[in-house]
Design a protein around this ligand. Structure first.
Ligand SMILES: Nc1ncnc2c1ncn2[C@@H]1O[C@H](COP(=O)(O)OP(=O)(O)O)[C@@H](O)[C@H]1O
Ligand SMILES: [Mg+2]
Length: 176
C-alpha cells in the first residue's frame, strides 16, 4: 500500500466530518472515494495532504507516519494534490500555468543563472505539451487561464499536478 489511514478523525466544533476513517490505496492503482455532498471527501484530502490537522488517527505513506506533516514536506516526499475549486493564475497561459507548477530545476538565483537551466526548461516545455495532448487541451496552450471554461480549468489543474514527479496524486472531484 502506498497510502493508508488508520481511524482518522476530524471534528469541526461538534461536527464529526471524519469519523475513524480507514482507507488503503494500492500502488499503481486508482482508488476512488465516493459520497454525497458534505460527506467529508474534501476534508479527508485536506487531512491526508496536511492542509488540516487530524484530531485522531494516523496517515501512513510508503510505510512512514506522515500524520500532520505540512503540505510542502508532503510535496517533497512525492504527494501532490488538486483542489475542488481550481486555482490557476488567471493572467498566465495554459502552458505557463503548467510550467510554473513544476519544481524549478534551477531553484534559487545561482541555479537559475547556470546554463543547465536552459535544457531543463526545454524538457519542461516538452513534458507540458505531452500532458496537454494527453488531456486533450493542447490547442489551448497559449490561452489565458481566465478565458477557459470550468471543465477546461479542471483539466489544467490536473495537468499542473502531472507536471510534478509525484508518486501519489490526490485529486478532489477530478471527474467534475
Ligand atoms: N473548514 C471547515 N469548517 C467547518 N466545517 C467544515 C469545514 N470544512 C468542511 N466542513 C464540514 O465538514 C463536512 C464535510 O465537508 P466536505 O469535506 O467538504 O465534504 P465533501 O467534500 O464530501 O462534500 C460538512 O458538513 C462541511 O460543512
Ligand atoms: Mg468536496
Amino acid at each position: 500500500m502506498i497510502l493508508r489511514t488508520f481511524s482518522l478523525s476530524k471534528f469541526f466544533d461538534g461536527l464529526k466530518a471524519l469519523d475513524r476513517v480507514n482507507i488503503e490505496v494500492e500502488e499503481g492503482k486508482i482508488t476512488l472515494v465516493i459520497g454525497p455532498n458534505g460527506s467529508g471527501k474534501t476534508t479527508l484530502i485536506n487531512v491526508i495532504t496536511g492542509f488540516y490537522k487530524a484530531d485522531e488517527g494516523k496517515v501512513e505513506y510508503k510505510g512512514e507516519d506522515i500524520t500532520n506533516k505540512p503540505p510542502h514536506e508532503l510535496y517533497r516526499r512525492g504527494i501532490v494534490r488538486t483542489f475542488q475549486i481550481p486555482k490557476p493564475l488567471k493572467k498566465l497561459t495554459v502552458l505557463e500555468n503548467l510550467l510554473i507548477a513544476r519544481e524549478n530545476p534551477g531553484e534559487g538565483i545561482v541555479g537559475a543563472l547556470t546554463k543547465a537551466y536552459i535544457p531543463k526548461e526545454k524538457e519542461s516545455v516538452m513534458k507540458a505539451f505531452e500532458i496537454l495532448e494527453f488531456l486533450g487541451i493542447e490547442h489551448l496552450w497559449d490561452e489565458e487561464a481566465q478565458n477557459l471554461s470550468g471543465g477546461q480549468l479542471r483539466l489544467v489543474e490536473i495537468g499542473r499536478a502531472l507536471m510534478s514527479d509525484a508518486d501519489l496524486f490526490v485529486m478532489d472531484e477530478p471527474l467534475a
